[in-house]
Design a protein around this ligand. Sequence first.
Ligand SMILES: Nc1ncnc2c1ncn2[C@@H]1O[C@H](COP(=O)(O)OP(=O)(O)OP(=O)(O)O)[C@@H](O)[C@H]1O
Ligand SMILES: [Mg+2]
Length: 255
Amino acid sequence: MKQNENVLEINNISVSFDGFYALTDVKANVKRNSIHFFLGPNGAGKTTLLDIICAKTKPTQGTVMYYPKNREPMRLTGMKEYKIVNEGVGRKFQVPSVFINLTVEENMILSLKGHKGILDSIFHKPGKEELDEIDRILEKVGLLDEKETRAGALADGKKQWLEIAMQIVQKPEIIMLDEPAAGMGKPETFRTGEILKEIKKDCTIIVIEHDMDFVKQIADKVTVLHEGKVLMEGDITSVLADETVQAVYLGRGGE
Ligand SMILES: Nc1ncnc2c1ncn2[C@@H]1O[C@H](COP(=O)(O)OP(=O)(O)OP(=O)(O)O)[C@@H](O)[C@H]1O
Ligand SMILES: [Mg+2]
């Protein structure tokens, strides 16, 4: 099968909430195994766009096409949310969702694909292969030494990395992260970037983030949204050098 180099194609998406257009005619292509940022000031429509991709919100117009590896393309618009997750498009929300009373490893076991929840995890013990895979991923995010630690006892940064690990164990083709470095200090933010660079070897990463150093560290491509429209798209250096982009940010107090 001929492989499309894009894993996602966002085609002319518009969304109106009672007549207010949160997105207007948004087009963007996301390349496989890349880190693609959506930037823009508050209210630009970034989170709404992720809501469209995972079908939490229905667009007024437009389609989102998904090109999974060695499988038939799928139209995500119109699909059920859980089905999209099953097909390999995962999303980490802004609010942490780890089980604080379970260990790091137990949280990972619960996230394994095919596990239907706590009861199923009690009756279906993971095999050696699955446990090895969990170790491999925990190593990638720097949490292997904390396997037995109660998730609630982890520092905030490590909780975020555990959540990323819980996404990765489901072997998604795309993961979407809404402000993964929010509340992190500079060293943790940098480390998050290094983790994501490691992870993009296995999947495509779509990120929303306000921290420009973080964007510069890892972005392959950025799409700038402003008032629900695509303002500019390109590599981070040319986007930041653009006067219109600067005006949009400076107009809101800058970064
Ligand atoms: N369910 C909704 N009903 C009505 N308006 C909405 C809804 N969801 C979002 N909006 C509006 O759409 C616009 C875009 O919101 P969105 O949350 O996508 O922005 P954002 O770029 O993620 O901003 P931020 O950087 O603050 O997170 C905002 O004006 C918001 O108030
Ligand atoms: Mg948002």
